[in-house]
Every structure is written in structure tokens, then in C-alpha cells.
Write a protein that binds this ligand. Structure first.
Ligand code: URP
Ligand code: ZN
Ligand code: ZN
Length: 463
């Protein structure tokens, strides 16, 4: 048997199984899995003794090189995908934003150019719809056939990104017809806007007021409304960056009734809380993202949601802005702080630490949350998201016992702070393969910017 690479002696972990086995790789694909593979004809042998061998992570929610509030997110497709690879992510799904008046194709082409010759791992796109005329409605079908099979709509940010219920309903109906999936930013933007204007009029301008003007009820209400619209349209819906119990309860109730509702949360909502917004001076600007941080008790509810399958996915919503010069744009007015936080690099370590070492779920559930479920929901499976013969050799050799302290002084994201500064994680990716090519070896980047490929995703077929 001829292999380019054999991964030897590890414990293979998929969403279903845990077993000892070797993996043989040829031409970027997994061609063999067996208890003992011959290595004489392999060009490279990776020793995975005492390590877990799992499918590469899939981050279904990132914003690389994204314009926001007069600036651009700090990581482009080169630095962002390299940081992702360090953290064991081998595919990301970013967002191509349609500006008002544009076709969806223009948005797609703009983001394809941003990623071209920069990405070090594979990537795909959702399309953010801000303007849905009849022409764009038709285009949804074309885009789905070209591999952009999901669309994000905003129920917040009036005047910028927000669309009304009729638009959401039309988009959902079209998605249902052509196997697309609508991803929903669920917050009641109208109410939040009133609360924001009231806070400013009262002279409340500090970063903390970003969180205090976006109540959990506004997220719960919008989540419930998004689900109701999806039910009326006969469409599935995926709630992005779910942050609180109010929204979780809406998802749980709908799923109990058999409604095809899916949802993700992000590590910041599992590890950080409203207490972070009490940081001195302007420091709390580091945690200005949307939805905002919540009271601490919501964290355990979200972990339970992950364990019980109310939540199916952990993504990062990676949208980094440097503290200096970017977050500082809002020093005198919280509404001018660019919304977003950096997280692309530490998702696997954080979820493994809190989930598996924290005794909340199994290593298999961990793999499902960070790789298999996003692959299935977003049309990448079985090419990605699992360890199986025929799948892309996107593989992470993971040391479940190595510890690391997260810090901006050692991370690889192009941003001058870490949301998770000082948090000790246990479970670190050591070797990462992207279509059989090493991108991380013994904790060092050995890949190449530009070697990542655009992946045309399949339409939504159910989870
Ligand atoms: O604050 C955030 N989350 N920024 C990125 C845009 C979004 O809503 O996902
Ligand atoms: Zn959003
Ligand atoms: Zn986002």
C-alpha cells in the first residue's frame, strides 16, 4: 500500500466512535484506516501515540477583512486562516456582505477576491443579504448552485444591515424551495435602537452601555419571531451567536415540537460575562460585540444546551478589532466602538477544556460540535467533518493533556489583545493537516498562504 502520510498509533475520535487506529493518506484524501498500516512506502509518518486524532475543525462563523464602522476587521484571509490552523480549524465559512443595491454575485466576487491567494486553509462563504429585490431573490438559487448555500439576515442594526419580517419571510421561502439555509442574527433592532438613543441622551457613553442597551429579552423575542417566520415559510433556520437562556428556551421549545431549528453559540458566551464589562476605564471595549455578554448564570445554561443538543455548533464569530486605534474609535461613545472580538484560534481548546475536562460531554460530542455538525448543516459533509475513507485528510492530532495559557503575547491573530487573556486550557492541537498537507507541525505553522481552496458547498439536506 502506497501512502503520502500515515498517522500512526493514535486514538481516532469521530462524532460517533473512539478507537485505536492508523490513518493512511494519499493525494490529500484518507484512503485507509486500519489497526496497523504498513509504513515502508509512506513518505511521512506522524506518531500520534497518546494523542487524539480527530477531523479538522470547521468554524462556521468568521469575519475576515470585514468593513465595520469605518474600519476593517484586523485579520485578513492570510493571518486569520493561519491563526485558525494553529487552533485546529481546517475549514472556515466567512460572510460575503451584499451592499444595498448590489447583486448577491457582486458580494460573492468581492469576498472571493479577498481570500484569493491568501487563505492557508479551505474556506467557503455564506452571503449576507441586506437588500432583497426580485432579482436578488432569483439569485439565491444561482448562488446555492455555485456552493454558497446559506444566507445571513439581520434583525438588528436598523438602517445598516437590518431587514424587515417580510424580507425574512421571502428569503426563507426561497431558501426552502432551493435547499438553502437562513442564518439569523436574532436581536430586536428597533427596540435596541430606542434604548441606545435613550442611554446616549442620559450621557451614558461608556462601553458597558453597549451591553446594557441590548437586553436578553430582545434576543429571546427575535429568536422566537425568527422561528415563527421559518415555520410559516416551511424552512429550516439556524440561529447564529446565541448568547442567553431566553433565546435558548425558544430554540428548545421549537425543537421539542419537531421544528427544524438549529443554533450555535460561541466561546465568549461560555467563558465571559457581564462582569467583564466592569473592567476599568475603556478596557471593556475589548468585549464589545453583538449580542453582548450576559450575566454569568447564562453560561451554564449554554453548556447544558450543548450537551443536550439544543445547541448543535460552537463557532467563533471571529471579528477582531485592535484595542488601539480601532476599539478606540468609540472612546467617547460606545456606539462608535466597532463590534466584534477575536476568537478564531482557541475554539477547540476552550470547548475541549470546558466541555470534556469539565465533565459536561464526551470527546465525541466535542468533535460533533466543532466539526461534524457544522459540516452536515452547511453542506460540507462527508468530504469534511469526519474521519472516513474518501474524506479530505483534514486532520488534527490533538494532545488532550497539554496545557496552555491563552495570551495576546503568544497568539497568532493580528490583534493586540485576547478576550481570553490568562485562561488556562487543557487540550492543544499539535499537528494539523489540510488535505493531507501539514499546516501545523509540533505547534509551528508550516503551511503556505494561498494553498487553501474555495469549497463549493452542497445545499441543506438536514442535519
Ligand atoms: O459583534 C459582532 N458579532 N460582530 C460581527 C457581526 C455579527 O453580527 O456577527
Ligand atoms: Zn450577527
Ligand atoms: Zn458574526
Amino acid at each position: 500500500m502506497q501512502f503520502d502520510t500515515v498517522i500512526r498509533g493514535g486514538t481516532i475520535v469521530t462524532a460517533m466512535d473512539t478507537y485505536a487506529g492508523d490513518i493512511g493518506i494519499l493525494d490529500g484524501r484518507i484512503t485507509s484506516i486500519a489497526q496497523m498500516l504498513p509504513v515502508e512506502n509512506a513518505t511521512k509518518v506522524i506518531d500520534a501515540t497518546a494523542r487524539l486524532v480527530m477531523p479538522g475543525g470547521i468554524d462556521a462563523h468568521t469575519h475576515l477583512d470585514m468593513p465595520f464602522g469605518g474600519t476593517n476587521s484586523a485579520d485578513d484571509f492570510e493571518s486569520g486562516t493561519i491563526a485558525a490552523a494553529y487552533g485546529g480549524t481546517t475549514t472556515l465559512i466567512d460572510f460575503a456582505i451584499q451592499l444595498k443595491g448590489q447583486s448577491l454575485r457582486q458580494a460573492f466576487e468581492t469576498w472571493m477576491k479577498k481570500a484569493d491567494r491568501k487563505a492557508a486553509i479551505d474556506y467557503a462563504f455564506h452571503c449576507i443579504i441586506t437588500d432583497l429585490g426580485d432579482a436578488q431573490l432569483e439569485e439565491m438559487n444561482t448562488l446555492i448552485h455555485e456552493g454558497v448555500s446559506s444566507f445571513k439576515l439581520f434583525m438588528a442594526y436598523p438602517g445598516v444591515l437590518m431587514v424587515d419580517d417580510a424580507t425574512i419571510f421571502r428569503a426563507m421561502s426561497q431558501a426552502a424551495k432551493y435547499n438553502g439555509l437562513i442564518c439569523m442574527h436574532a436581536e430586536n433592532g428597533g427596540v435596541i435602537d430606542v434604548l441606545v438613543r435613550k442611554a446616549l441622551a442620559e450621557g451614558k457613553r461608556a462601553p458597558k452601555y453597549h451591553a446594557l442597551t441590548r437586553p436578553t429579552t430582545a434576543e429571546g423575542e427575535a429568536t422566537g419571531r425568527a422561528i415563527a417566520l421559518a415555520e410559516m415559510a416551511g424552512a429550516p433556520v439556524y440561529i447564529v451567536h446565541l448568547s442567553c437562556n431566553d433565546a435558548l428556551e425558544k430554540v428548545r421549545e421549537a425543537r421539542d415540537r419537531g421544528v427544524p431549528v438549529y443554533a450555535e453559540t460561541c466561546p465568549q458566551y461560555l467563558y465571559l460575562s457581564l462582569e467583564n464589562m466592569d473592567a476599568p476605564g475603556f478596557e471593556a471595549a475589548k468585549y464589545v460585540f453583538t449580542p453582548p455578554l450576559r450575566e454569568k448564570w447564562h453560561q451554564e445554561k449554554l453548556w447544558q444546551g450543548l450537551a443536550r443538543d439544543t445547541l448543535q455548533v460552537v463557532s467563533t464569530d471571529h471579528c477582531p478589532f485592535c484595542f488601539k486605534e480601532q476599539k478606540e474609535l468609540g472612546r467617547d461613545d460606545f456606539t462608535k466602538i466597532p463590534n466584534g472580538g477575536p476568537g478564531i484560534e482557541h475554539r477547540l481548546s476552550l470547548v475541549y477544556t470546558g466541555g470534556v475536562h469539565g465533565g459536561r460531554f464526551s470527546p465525541n460530542r466535542f468533535v460533533q460540535l466543532v466539526a461534524t455538525a457544522p459540516a452536515k448543516l452547511f453542506g460540507l459533509y462527508p468530504r469534511k467533518g469526519t474521519i472516513a475513507v474518501g474524506a479530505d485528510a483534514d486532520i488534527v492530532v490533538f494532545d488532550p493533556n497539554e496545557s496552555q495559557v491563552i495570551s495576546a503575547s503568544t497568539h497568532h491573530m493580528k490583534v493586540d489583545y485576547s478576550m481570553f487573556e490568562g485562561i488556562r486550557v487543557k487540550g492543544v492541537p499539535k499537528t494539523v493537516l489540510s488535505r493531507g498537507r501539514p499546516v501545523i507541525e509540533n505547534g509551528k505553522f508550516v503551511g503556505r498562504a494561498g494553498s487553501g481552496e474555495f469549497i463549493r458547498r452542497q445545499g441543506f439536506t438536514g442535519a
